[in-house]
Design a binder for this molecule. Structure first.
Ligand code: GLY
Length: 383
């Protein structure tokens, strides 16, 4: 794809189908419109028994719960619902326990399929519940945010947060299907859209400079709700993620590239108490800026590359400077402590994703902690 590639121009284009190739556990990601309204058509052929439990949150339920349930009913599929509180705070032990108890109280049985309708929090929480309920039941992901559609609903990472850090308790549990309905993005607040956009930019930064250039030319349309542009971009990101997951499902190697900016981001989020003061995508935006700054500091990457990516993120409403972080997330020692407890620490060394330039990220396992601290200091002092 090049920056000059003509944009797809029809709202009525057929859905895109992306396969995540994992042998017997392979599944499709469908990207299109009206997918929630037609969910039953896609879900019915996959069910062992015609019984589902849909889990969603209080914000999403009034918008789409009925739409999905009616579509399932047309196929004779039962659909009970469980509604949880919105927000990252729901990814806790207490809420996982409550969800599992409610599922069991609703006579959960093997053969049942859970439907995760919502953003990344719902996908992670319900995916994890599905992986342990009755030693594992099927889950279908119905992501309603940009971030969930292009990243968290795909690839089987599930989990909750601990007071020691984000996503430190979880499992790999692949869904049976992902339905990414672009219509759902119409109800998304601009701030949520922008947060998801940070993860979209990430795909360009990792290994796809031409996609980054396409976003420079077309990112405005994606965020403004141009359906052809956003579907094109969502399907592109899902193809990229599907390739990486098929190659390295359990993050033994290449999948770690998807963590660009995330070690910094998780530390910022933890310091904000996983609150709405800083959305995950916003934390990732600043984390990616820091990863490029650190890469420059280590002589790996030209300063202009970092400046170009930061300018693009800022132009699309994302934070890129320390002054845009909530004060709680600017405490250097606490941030470093969080980074040392991240999942990406091996043998006491922080594994980071660094970059030689836009579209050329790599896994670095030997970054001196003093350099990481110095890059953080430089960044925070500028606030
Ligand atoms: N969100 C990063 C991954 O799925 O590996």
């Amino acid at each position: 794809m090049s920056a000059n590639e003509p944009e797809p121009d029809s709202r009525a284009q057929p859905s895109d189908l992306v396969q995540v190739a994992l042998g017997a556990r392979s599944y499709d990601i469908v990207v299109g419109s009206s997918l929630l309204a037609d969910a039953g058509d896609h879900i019915a052929p996959l069910l062992t028994i015609p019984r589902t439990i849909l889990v969603t949150d209080e914000n999403v339920a009034p918008l789409y719960q009925e739409r999905v349930a009616q579509s399932l009913a047309r196929h004779g599929i039962a659909c009970d619902s469980i509604i949880v509180a919105p927000g990252e705070g729901s990814k806790s032990f207490a809420n996982l326990q409550d969800l599992l108890e409610r599922l069991l109280a609703g006579r959960a049985e093997r053969g049942l399929t859970l439907l995760a309708l919502g953003g990344g929090v719902i996908g992670d929480l319900v995916g994890f519940a599905a992986s342990v309920l009755l030693r594992g039941v099927d889950v279908i992901q119905l992501p309603t945010t940009l971030l969930a559609q292009i990243d968290s609903s795909v690839g089987g990472k599930t989990g909750i947060n601990s007071r020691h850090g984000k996503n430190l308790i979880g499992s790999f549990h692949q869904p049976r299907l992902v339905l990414a309905d672009s219509d759902a993005l119409d109800s998304l607040a601009p701030r949520e859209m922008a947060a998801g956009y940070a993860e979209m930019v990430k795909y360009g930064l990792i290994d796809d400079a031409s996609f980054f250039a396409w976003l420079e030319a077309n990112g405005g349309e994606v965020l403004a709700g141009d359906d052809a542009a956003r579907r094109h971009a969502i399907a592109h990101c899902c193809r990229a993620k599907a390739r990486i997951v098929a190659e390295d499902e359990q993050e033994q190697g290449r999948r770690a590239l998807l963590n660009l900016g995330h070690t910094f981001a998780h530390a910022f989020e933890a310091e904000c108490g996983y609150s709405d003061a800083l959305l995950h995508g916003e934390a990732v935006s600043i984390g990616m800026v820091l990863a490029f700054r650190l890469s420059h500091r280590l002589g790996l990457c030209g300063e202009d590359e970092g400046a170009r990516m930061a300018a693009h993120l800022a132009a699309h409403g994302l934070p890129t400077e320390a002054a845009q972080l909530p004060p709680a997330a600017r405490r250097r020692d606490a941030l470093i402590e969080h980074m040392q407890r991240d999942k990406k620490v091996t043998d006491g060394r922080i594994n980071l994703i660094l970059a030689r330039g836009i579209g050329d990220a790599f896994i670095a396992s030997d970054v001196p902690q003093a350099e990481i601290a110095a890059a953080l200091d430089e960044f925070l002092v500028a606030s």
